[in-house]
Design a binder for this molecule. Structure first.
Ligand code: NAI
Length: 297
């Protein structure tokens, strides 16, 4: 089969001045996409600002024969999001792909977490995805085409100590992905999500040498495929790292049904309620409700 090409497609990649975003930007550019390299250029905790990071990646793309423009807005405000989308439209005339990737960390145990650690993390990861995606949504609807890849994390999907702020934001992105997939379906807008693991400045202090085999370039192929016209799925989540790609999903056990349910019946049937054999994976809320109605007979 032919290589996955992106000739003339316009992609916004947020937080693309380094780490995973830079790797996604370089690959899409190499494959013919026109790129908006967005990056605020701050430190890992979101403080500071510099135009160097985004501009360097734009220079790299151009040196390799690709096309890109830099944008230095923060994803964490509605004005920033609107301006990132405007940069794409002003520079390239359309917008086909959004990769919501920008991120910061402010880890601490829940006991010690202050609003200054909660709000900026929710603003960048979760609200940032709203602020960038929403101004582009109408454009994608009008053109009947769009591909969106959100960046979640196992820290939220599975849980991780010291990341209540980050985990909540990242699991929020799974919910956003699932709803946008449903709302975008009839406009050929596909929305998927990755939970990556890679050695970047965000993780290298945490895991050190253990991360050496986990290059960002091994996460990008999945993002590139999900951002492509041929992407066959929407509303899905993939665990990606070190060359491994696997699907993550939310399943429902067959459970227990009893018309006269009591707390004692819940207790006495708890193993059955929790038993994972025969689980189902509902595609949306209606399908989940149908399972309940089916059990009721
Ligand atoms: P990174 O720190 O190298 O990249 C994040 C980029 O986002 C930085 O260049 C930063 O300047 C930019 N950024 C931060 N706030 C911004 C804002 N308000 N507006 C625009 N840009 C902003 O870290 P990495 O690892 O490449 O992270 C990329 C994404 O992947 C993040 O969303 C992160 O949470 C997620 N992730 C990474 C994992 C890993 O193992 N590296 C694991 C799970 C998720």
């Amino acid at each position: 089969m032919a290589d996955l090409g992106f000739d003339g497609k316009v992609a916004i990649i947020t937080g693309a001045g380094g780490g995973l975003g830079r790797s996604h930007a370089l690959d899409l550019a190499k494959r013919g996409a026109l790129i908006v390299v967005n990056d605020l250029g701050g430190s890992s905790d979101g403080t500071g600002h510099s135009e160097t990071a985004a501009q360097k990646v734009v220079d790299e793309i151009k040196a390799a024969g690709g096309e890109a423009v830099a944008n230095y807005d923060s994803v964490a405000t509605p004005e920033g999001g609107a301006n990132i989308v405007k940069t794409a439209v002003d520079s390239f005339g359309r917008i086909d792909i959004i990769i919501n990737n920008a991120g910061i960390l402010r880890d601490t145990s829940f006991k010690n977490m202050t609003p200054d650690q909660v709000n900026p993390v929710l603003d960048v990861h979760l609200r940032g995805a709203f602020y960038v995606t929403q101004p582009a949504w109408q454009i994608m609807r009008d053109q009947g085409y769009g591909r969106i890849v959100n960046t979640s994390s196992g820290a939220g999907i599975f849980g991780n100590f010291g990341q209540a702020n980050y985990g909540a934001a990242k699991m929020g992105l799974v919910g956003l992905t699932r709803v946008l997939a449903i709302e975008g379906a009839k406009h050929n807008i596909k929305v998927n999500c990755i939970a990556p693991v890679a050695k970047t400045r965000m993780t290298e202090e945490l895991f050190g040498d253990a991360m050496d085999k986990l290059s960002p370039e091994l996460v990008t192929p999945t993002v590139t495929f999900l951002a492509h016209e041929d992407c066959p799925v929407s509303g899905e989540v993939y665990s990606v790292g070190g060359g491994r790609v696997a699907r993550i999903f939310v399943g429902v056990t067959p459970g227990h049904y009893q018309e006269d349910l009591t707390p004692e019946a819940v207790r006495d049937n708890f193993d059955k309620i929790r038993d994972e054999s025969g689980y189902e994976v509902p595609g949306n809320l209606n399908e989940e409700m149908m399972l309940a109605f089916k059990a009721m007979g």
